[in-house]
Design a protein around this ligand. Sequence first.
Ligand code: GCB
Length: 608
Amino acid sequence: MLYPQETPTRSRISLDGFWDFKVDWNNDGVEAGWQNASLETTREMAVPASINDVVADERVRNHVGRYFYQRTIQVPSEWDGKQILVRFGSVTHHAIVFANGQEITRFKGGYLPFEADITEHARAGERVQLTVVVDNRLDYTTIPPGKVIEHADGTREQEYLHDFYNYSGIHRSVYLVARPQVHVADITITTDYEGSTGRVEWDVVKQGEAQTTVRILDQRTGEVVASGEGDQGTAEIPNVRLWEPGKGGLYDLEVSLLDASGAVLDVYRQHFGVRTVEVKGAQFLINGKPFYFTGFGMHEDHETLGKAHSDAHLMQDMELLSWIGANSLRTAHYPYSEEWMDYCDRHGIVVIDETPAVGLNLGVAGGILGGTETRATFSEETIGKAAQEQHRLEIERLITRDKNRPSVVLWSIANEPESETPEAREYFLPLVEATRQADPTRPVGFVNVMLAPYDKCQISDLFDVLMLNRYYGWYVNTGDLARAEEGLRAEVRGWVERFPDTPIIFTEFGADTVAGMHSIYNQPFTEDYQVEFLKMYARIFDEFDEIIGEQMWNFADFQTKFGIVRVDGNKKGAFTRDRRPKAAARFLRQRWTELEAASYGRRDPRAE
Ligand code: GCB
């Protein structure tokens, strides 16, 4: 789905700011027709923001179900004859959009964009009342899954199977968009190069009849470096500047639609980069060079904002990544904002792009996270056909959104699902195929959980890379790093023997650490222990050529639901939640800035 742009033929108006807001306590506001009139409320809600941490009312924070947002907007008179849409970056987890009381669209899936076409209701020069119903409920048909527990006293509780707070709200920017009736609906760009010549292939999907022309511009100089015609075509870029990790390097593909007289109907510019990605033996090659991933599994998570996007907060995280010498990140455990991904494209940050499929594992949920579910993970009563279909949609939508991004080098289609059972294989086989069909150009992986090591996992052979989350020295061998090291080494050997030609990325390894706590002993939760823990992992990483990446868990401390294993959230960050470094951050900075294997793509904030 294309991002809204200002071009000679398109306009957008930000709808961020305060909206009227009302909690739908009984989840029957739609049936009662709240969308047909002005909301009876004195509450407001900031957009973008998670609802949960900005309200000083525990009942609102903990409400399970629907919230109403409303706002009256003015449609510019110059927009006469245009298609008019409201475009949401993400609404977590479901939305129903009404214009003047009429239902326009429903969208299920909390981390990807969608549009509501309100052309019929939005007359140029007039006002339109927009109502958005936001629903935070997770069940076994949603990705991520969850379970709503109805208590005898009528109250509801949301159980969920993942280790981050179930923030809800309008999390990313909302735009009122005008585009021509005949318009560019989608663009797919694939690239390659030979010697110094770049090759670009485009595929334009358009709405309506028009002639398509294409120009390729160098974003740095603004110079036109190639051009062509037709919905599908190829062009060559002489003396191509490759997109490189740590550097970036973008071009724009400018698509113009023309009528028979040559008048311009629509213009859209899609950025892209020329680079290749390939898994070869146990190596991960970007532009033919072995790439070693350093960085973190991250979260979109901040005090006050919750999961909402903020440019300033994003930029601070990215600056800290540079400071620490990291070259990559994983969008654990859901797709991040488009602003985030654009930043990575511009600055050469390598991304493992993850779907919101987290918590597909009732074994883990019942263990560490203290859930109530005792049934099988994959079954028609739990995660079955409906979830699998939603999962497929999430994969396809993510690829549709991010397919042109040079920063994205690998799809992660799930985090720590159950993978040691035949049912897991049945569940994943069609999803892997769907991923490869939607994007034949990038490798595909999933993130493997400790409960399914090399001799138990039944799905690893379906993927191009092995991504492992391991907690030796934390969830097992707690405080005993010597035994943890033995266990970790033995397991890596097992993987390498079973899959000698597959690269391994450690996508998680971490220890909860309370900033400011110290000990001369190997005492869990201290800053000292976190550093010793990381040193032990580093020894193993350096021992095996097959290990081609280390992404520590987590970049920063983050909020989770309450639980006896979480004290105000998960504390495995190298930084605190307010982004102050723990001792681990200094250790990683030294390691990653000196690590020869990770020199390709290392970001130097001082290089201009
Ligand atoms: C994991 C999960 C991650 C958790 C982490 C932990 O394996 O992938 O979401 O936060 O462990 O800290 O337990």
